[in-house]
Ligand binder design. Sequence first.
Ligand SMILES: [Zn+2]
Length: 493
Amino acid sequence: MVMKMNLLFFLVLLASAISSSLAKGSLKQTLVASEVNKCSNASLARHLLEDESRAQTSVNLAQGYMSNTDLERAIKEFGQRCSNISRIYSIGKSVNGVPLWVIEISDKPGEEESEPAFKYIGNVHGDEPVGRELLIFLANWLCDNHFKDPLAKLIVENVHLHLLPSMNPDGFSLRKRGNANNIDLNRDFPDQFFFINDDEDSRQPETRAIMNWLRDIRFTASATLHGGALVANYPWDGSEDKRTKYYGCPDDDAFRFMASIYSHSHYNMSLSKEFLGGITNGAAWYPLYGGMQDWNYIHAGCFELTLEVSDDKWPGAAELPILWRYNKMSMLNLVASLVKTGVHGRIYSSGDGRPLPGSITVRGINYTVRAGKTFGDYHRLLAPRDKYEVVATMPGYKSKNTTIWLDEGPVTLDFVLDPEISVKWSVLQNVYACNCNGKSKQEFVQFLGGAHLEVYFALIVILGFLFLLLQRRAKVKCSTSRHLPVAKRTVEV
Ligand SMILES: [Zn+2]
């Protein structure tokens, strides 16, 4: 009976997909077709960079998709229905004044906890609307299952999950890639290689909203949902010389691991013929500049993936439930990986036991993860490997390091740091209060913090010796001449 129902469902979908393809007059591969032949899906489509003429399709495309008004209603209804595990808030408005609504899902929404935070962002490109629908599916599934499904429970209880279904509601309503000002939002962020988008005032409101959001919330990881291919893309997105080549970031291993979690949990992403294992380095595919992914990693401490979740940018709405089914485990497993893998812990002061907003580095990886101000908690994603040397630092405290063995599961590692001696700390505090810019201040303090006590002691001895020597010379000079200012200058030394 079940098999018959499945067959019937399959035939109905096949018929609708064929009619949809014919109606659009294109040979676009449909999901149903890919279901027939799992391995033929990946190499046919790459529509990410094509011009907008293709997107100027009929209004019929939107049929079955939520309008911006529908989406706002769905988000608010969700907030009411699942108020015990969610909070609805806006991070700003689009060019045309549409609020950028976010759903936060957690057992303590809106409260700060010593837990990692993850964000999903959909509809970065206006003509790639699948993500905004998937995120509503995801929110509702978590709400319906967090008492009975272990994975849903794990996420709700241990992660703060933030969902922004549409970053580009104006582009969606205009059926185009860019926003209302025709700007590609995934090229509007400051870039590490080229001086673009550095003028804050000229950035788009949607971009500014994301950047401010990341100042407010310390996200451990995130993913944006796109369409036009089927692959999990990881940093770097750009290359220094603009050449198309593999250009990995310091956390290349961790990113490959994250991307593989998504592709291998997906119905058919990992079977791609175009991308080995269904993952790709961004610059190896095609370099881009001003992207959101690299900016997240560099400036916000957030490990972000760019997920291409459907070959067809704007598939018929009838395919949405299948797309949800294909992506469901990937979306859940990626969020859960924040607590099922990596190194987590807190940093404390041995003096008074208070949490410290210190830093965590891993020997051999040029990247720093910040601990939280309130709880001193840190969440460091790492690919499972034999061992890592983890170092905790905090200005004014002696740094500590330890070696951990990281297999498949997570490791909890707390650090209790000893304050440097009080005399030194008062010197540091004075230095810290100097009137220099923030960055050099930090570096100077860290420099001092890293030096040994013996160096300070030796300096004091040398200065004392010089003081006595000069005093003696001054006395001799005073006895042979009447040049009094010399004596005064000696005192100042
Ligand atoms: Zn896109």
